[in-house]
Design a binder for this molecule. Structure first.
Ligand code: ATP
Ligand code: MG
Length: 481
């Protein structure tokens, strides 16, 4: 028996000496905890579509997901190449006796292991670089394929949140992309380029000592595609979207709390910023008169002073918003994009617009001919039409300013009959603005803006009523900063 064991031992030594290949084993679990490298290999094989060349592939889809994942079935192998060298991945699945999940006893469990085979001569020069390479592929693939979320802030009564302001999410499934956005192609290329260099700019931001964030201000009349642009940005970057409802945030502290709760690789959006907070930069006459003439010395009694202090800290102020966008707390995450939208850029405080806060100002304008051509391509599936020159002339003359929203409404109505659509559009463009029917798209957008403002004012009044005696204003003097 001893002789047999010795022969076996020497046989294995000789075999491994003669075997030109080295094998690395990557089990799914190691000491009962998940092996991240196993997941990395799985994602790498999916990212490179290598599974497709195998004879047997396992397809899976998790609950509520629209994505299908593939994995090599047990015993299947695939070949990979890296820097001109060949490597092989094999997936083994074995049934072993494992500890039962429900207490004592044992049950049959599957043990999955990836084995990487590589030539011994390539081992030292390739392995560290190859592992880095598959890691990067896996991270990129995971990022590209994860499902995006749309968050909104609301005060929850949940016992877990303790009534704090929390984000609530739904799956983000907006279909707008840079291909469906009607805008000058040059502007689209510029924005896409900016976003791409931001996304790839980790080293740059670190080198120059800047927080890895970027602010975009989208301004223009209603219906020019500001919200659609945000969705296109999110779909392009594959970032989650945090739609911050500023009217639901009642203090700078809450604003900071919400900021801390956002994740990296996300877009924080504040729509209609001019309607959300009073940004006129003036402290209210009431607060000013209460503060007294000599500023710091306050003539008020201590009770009054306490109340006033509470007023000032219980509201979100321009200062709070400025800190939110470019203060120390704004750097608490990486790869963050901030987007503000407004119909009235002139109402915004200059401090809010400066580079570092709003790095890029994007004007979403009325429909131009190149933008119209994109809409015609998307809605009517036509690249040209005998009436295109007339539309081009009318849009260039600008006698009647139309938004992409108005044009798309016309295109969608008779999308199966391009001739009819073109005639209707020309009639619309020739119609003087005053003779618009009451419920035209432009009026509707204007009315909706008014409604938005009214609703906000109503909410504000209600809140003031609740906090009787503590009310103050969001208007802040520039001196404050
Ligand atoms: N530039 C555009 N490209 C493609 N579609 C557009 C564009 N602008 C507007 N639309 C269409 O009009 C609708 C309204 O657009 P959107 O909500 O993006 O406008 P907005 O600028 O955000 O308006 P508001 O200022 O009222 O919020 C969208 O559903 C979209 O179909
Ligand atoms: Mg909008």
């Amino acid at each position: 028996r001893e002789v047999k064991e010795a022969v076996n031992k020497w046989f294995h030594v000789l075999k491994s000496y003669l075997d030109p290949y080295m094998r690395y084993e990557i089990p799914e679990f190691e000491n009962s905890s998940c092996n991240e490298l196993y997941k990395t290999v799985h994602l790498h094989l999916n990212a490179t579509d290598m599974c497709k060349v195998a004879n047997r592939v396992i397809l899976t889809r998790i609950h509520n997901s629209s994505r299908t994942c593939s994995n090599l079935a047990g015993g299947e192998s695939v070949e990979d190449t890296f820097e001109g060298k060949k490597l092989w991945w094999r997936h083994s699945v074995h049934k072993v006796q494992g500890e039962s999940v429900r207490g004592r006893g044992s049950q049959e469990v599957q043990e999955r292991v990836y084995t990487l085979k590589i030539h011994k001569r390539d081992r030292d020069c390739i392995i560290p670089l190859y592992i880095d390479h598959i890691n990067a592929r896996a991270v990129g693939y995971k990022h590209q394929n994860r499902e995006m979320k749309l968050y909104t802030n609301s005060k929850t009564s949940s016992m877990y949140s303790g009534g704090r302001h929390m984000w609530q999410s739904v799956p983000f499934k907006h279909p707008s992309t840079f291909d469906t956005l009607a805008m000058e192609p040059d502007s689209i290329a510029r924005i896409k380029g900016d976003l791409k260099s931001f996304m790839e700019g980790k080293d740059f931001f670190e080198r120059v000592g800047r927080a890895w964030k970027r602010g975009y201000l989208l301004y223009g009349p209603p219906g020019t595609g500001k919200s659609s642009m945000i969705a296109a940005m999110a779909n392009f970057l594959k970032y989650d979207v945090y739609d911050l409802e500023l009217t639901q945030v009642f203090s700078n502290t809450e604003l900071r709390q919400l900021l801390i709760q956002t994740t990296n690789r996300s877009i924080i959006v504040i729509e209609d910023i001019d309607c959300s907070i009073n940004l006129s930069g003036q402290r209210s006459p009431k607060a000013r008169s209460r503060r007294g003439k000599d500023g710091d010395k306050d003539p008020l009694g201590s009770d009054e002073l306490e109340k006033l202090k509470e007023d000032e800290t219980s509201r979100i102020t321009l200062s709070g918003l400025l800190n939110f966008t470019d203060g120390l707390w704004s750097c608490c995450g990486d790869e963050r994009i901030l987007v503000f939208t407004t119909n009235h850029i002139e109402k915004l405080d200059a401090a809010l617009l400066r580079p570092g806060r709003m790095d890029m100002h994007i004007h979403m304008s009325y429909c131009t001919f190149p933008a119209f051509k994109i809409l015609a391509h998307n809605y009517l599936m036509i690249e040209t039409h005998p009436l295109f020159p007339t539309v081009e002339r009318l849009l260039d003359e600008g006698k009647r300013k139309v938004t992409p929203a108005q044009v798309s409404e016309i295109l969608i109505l008779d999308k199966d009959d391009p001739d009819l659509v073109m005639e209707k559009l020309i009639a619309f463009l020739q119609q003087p603005e005053e003779k618009l029917p009451e419920n035209s798209a432009a009026d509707e957008s204007r009315n909706s803006q008014k409604k938005k403002k009214k609703k906000r004012k109503k909410k504000e009044k209600k809140r003031k009523g609740k906090k009787r005696g503590l009310s103050c204003t969001c208007e802040i003097s520039h001196k404050f900063f």
